[in-house]
Each structure stands twice: as C-alpha cells, then as structure tokens.
Design a protein around this ligand. Structure first.
Ligand code: NAG
Ligand code: NAG
Length: 415
C-alpha cells in the first residue's frame, strides 16, 4: 500500500495548525520553563497531563543514554514498543529494575484474583456480542479510557453488529497511588461497567499475566462472543473495517490476524529493555507473533489459546509469549496490511501530513502510537459528513481486503 501524499492541501494545512497547537499545549506541560516547577508534586486531579508527562520524563533519559544496537527487525519492534510503553505502561527506570532471577523464581505464581469483574458483559447480549474490544490500560490513564469510550471503543451496533468493550487493568505499581485511585476505579466501573481489574502489579513485564488472565476471563465469561479485538489504548482502530473484515469469517474456525512479526531475534544486548538472556530463551528466533497495537482472534482461537497459554512458561514479553501459545496450538498467525504497528511511515519533512489524512485511515484497521487528542481528532474527522475521499478512490482501485498481504514495508526490515 502506497501512502497518498497528494491530499486536500487546505485540509492538511488546517490539520497541521490544529496539531501544532495541540503539541504546543502538551509541550507547555512537559518542558520545565520559567516559573514552572517540575520537581513539585503534580496534582492528582490532572490525570491527563500527569500520566503523559510522567511517562515522557521517564522515557527520555533512557532513550538518550542507551546506545542503539545494530539494526535488526527486533530493534524496529523495540522502537515501536517504546512508543507503546510511553503511553500505556511506564517502563522500568533502569535495566537492573528487571530481575531475571526473581522472575524465574516467581514464574509459577501466575494465578491472581480478579478484583473488579464484569460477569454479564457478554452474557447480557442475546446470542453473544459480535466483537469484544479488550483494551490494555493502566489505572492512572483515566483520560485515555475516556477518549476510547467516546471514539472507536464505543459499545453498540456497528454495521448492525453488537460491539462490547472491556479495559484490562492490574494494580498500580505505586501503592500510594492505588489508595487514592481505588475509589475512582470502582466508581468508573460502576459508571461504565467496562473495567476488569486483577490483583497483580501492572508493570511492563507483567503484561504476560494480563494476557493469560484476559484469555481465561474470556473463556469463562465471554464464551458466546464471535470475535475479539485485543489492543492498546494508544491506537486508532477503524472498527467499521474490522467488522467488515470479520463478517466474512467464521467464528467457529481458527483466526488470528494482526501485524505479524516473523523471525525476530531475541535481543542479547544487556542494556536493552528487551534483553533476554539465553538462560531464559535459548533459541535464536522467536515464533511468529503479533506486534503491539492490536490483533483479532475468533472465539474458537480464544478458547484454544486460553488453554494453551496455561501450559506455556511465563515469558516477560507478552507479544512473544502469545506467539509461543500460538505455536503450541500449531496456528499460523495471519499478517494483514491493515495493521500498522509501527505507525505510518512519515516523511521527515512533514511528519504529520499523512498521519492526519483521514482518507488514509479509512483504509486501515489499526494504527499505533497516537496521543489522546490525535485519537479524538481522527475519529471525528473520519465520521465527519464532509469527509470525501472519492477523488482518491478514482485514482486508486477501491480498497479491498486481501486474503494474503502483498510484500510491503513489513518485508524490507526482515529481508
Ligand atoms: C507514589 O505516588 C505518590 C503520590 O503520587 C508519590 O508521592 C510517591 O513518590 C510515589 N512513590 C514512588 C515509589 O514512585
Ligand atoms: C508482577 O506482579 C506480581 C504480583 O503483584 C509482583 O509480585 C511481581 O513483582 C510483578 N512482576 C514484575 C516483573 O513486575
């Protein structure tokens, strides 16, 4: 798929201005200037700025000091994942923060209680929901959940198919935070009935626990669902396209679709956040797995994976762990070009031009690494009655879902 540069010039310009002002307003809170006191405690009420700023402050020094290892497919993945981490889970401050020995020792401790459940989420829908949207989030990110609820994560009918939604949470790493947020999370759950909270610490390396607990939850409480989309909160999802795609599939057959990464090598550079020692994973290549952002699976595959994952040893990188479960049930994940894990390739001279062409998003399923405001903006642009992408459709063949993806950008970094 080729990126369309020749967009509506005026529209793009307006968007650019809007984006600049957005970025500017964000920067104001990030950069310690003049009378602003960055060392001061941030008021807990401003959840949006608080969580974004904290994540950025943490990420920046790490990125600046860690030397870049030679470019391999896994490095690409790391960079994309860094962005993901920036907005969802705070990465460990130092590499020593992750203690492999302790991880290996605690590996069998993998069953945690559910603190907030939504047992009727699927049961209350006669015949079951068509699609369950499950979004990884962290307790602190109230603003992100709010924007997802109001945009692509809406519950209700899309093309006549019932969509339901849950957010997947663990307990905050910082227990002081938990004390203040606990009431809020319970209230949030009362208000929206879309919170699943488990009693394990919500850290980057515990995302595998989230994966296991979600699959088990789905198998127990949502067995009547037809399909599941599982993704991050910092993605833009074109649910209409996903429904359109899924309507041509059978939920009683196996299906696992996403931005599949093949032949990724474990990173053996100790300084990397994704460093995996050979004692933990001895093979030179990971099984095929879905890159961050999101993936789709059928009801049948969900049940099979939920069983298979119980037999796979915990692995600290959740995407790879799920790849191991897939391998165990002998299911080949399917690459779909509608999933853009790495975000859209941007020309350095105009970084936001294509990203904010709604006509481009129209053809996609999942785009990764978006800010809260960007998600809101894109959703509104896409659902604007004034949106007209017909000019492009004449130049290019109308978009069609292909069974097999053509060799695209995915092929080059791996080749
Ligand atoms: C936990 O959060 C509280 C309140 O936000 C903060 O004062 C404290 O420094 C945090 N502790 C750690 C270990 O981050
Ligand atoms: C995962 O969560 C458990 C339970 O809260 C905690 O004991 C453990 O330290 C966490 N592991 C990591 C790697 O964060």
């Amino acid at each position: 798929m080729r990126v369309r540069l020749k967009g509506d010039a005026i529209c793009t310009l307006l968007l650019l201005v809007a984006l600049c002002s957005l970025l500017y307003s964000q920067l104001e809170h990030l950069v310690p200037v003049g009378n602003k006191e960055p060392t001061q405690k941030k008021p807990s009420g401003t959840s949006k700025i608080f969580s974004d700023a904290r994540a950025s402050w943490r990420l920046m020094p790490a990125e600046a000091t860690v030397p870049r290892p030679p470019v391999t497919p896994t490095i690409r993945r790391t960079e994309a994942a860094n962005k993901k981490v920036q907005t969802t889970t705070a990465p460990p401050l130092t590499d020593s923060a992750f203690n492999f020995k302790r991880y290996l020792l605690n590996k069998d401790n993998r069953n945690f209680n559910i603190l907030i459940n939504q047992p009727k989420k699927c049961r209350k829908i006669p015949g079951g929901p068509f699609l369950l949207i499950a979004i990884k989030s962290v307790v602190e990110d109230f603003d992100r959940r709010e924007i997802v609820r109001k945009t692509w994560g809406r519950e209700g009918l899309v093309n006549g198919e019932q969509i339901q939604r849950v957010f997947l949470l663990g307990t905050p790493k910082n227990r002081t935070v938990l004390a203040t947020w606990e009431t809020l999370v319970h209230q949030e759950s009362q208000a929206y009935r879309d919170i699943l909270l488990w009693d394990f610490m919500d850290t980057f390396f515990n995302l595998t626990l989230k994966e296991i607990h979600f699959l088990n939850w789905a198998a127990e409480f949502c067995h009547n669902v037809k399909f599941i989309f599982k993704g991050d909160a910092d993605v833009f999802v074109n649910v209409e396209n996903i429904v359109d795609f899924l309507e041509r599939h059978d939920p009683t057959e196996d299906l696992f679709v996403g931005d599949i990464i093949y032949n990724a090598r474990p990173i053996r550079v100790q300084k990397s956040k994704y460093y995996i020692p050979e004692t933990m994973y001895g093979l030179s290549i990971y099984p095929a797995y879905a890159g961050g952002g999101g993936f789709l699976l059928s009801s049948r595959t969900m049940r099979k994976l939920s069983r298979a994952c119980r037999e796979v040893e915990l692995f600290p990188i959740d995407d790879v762990f799920l790849g191991m479960c897939l391998q165990r049930i002998n299911l080949k994940p399917v690459l779909h070009e509608g999933f853009k894990t790495f975000g859209i390739v941007k020309p350095s001279a105009a970084p936001h031009l294509q990203t904010f062409d709604p006509c481009f998003y129209k053809d996609l399923m999942v785009v990764h690494s978006l800010k809260v405001a960007e998600i809101w903006l894109m959703w509104n642009l896409l659902h604007s009655p004034h949106l007209s992408c017909t000019q492009k459709k004449q130049v290019k063949k109308p978009f069609q879902w292909k069974k097999k993806a053509q060799p695209t950008t995915q092929a080059s970094p791996l080749g």
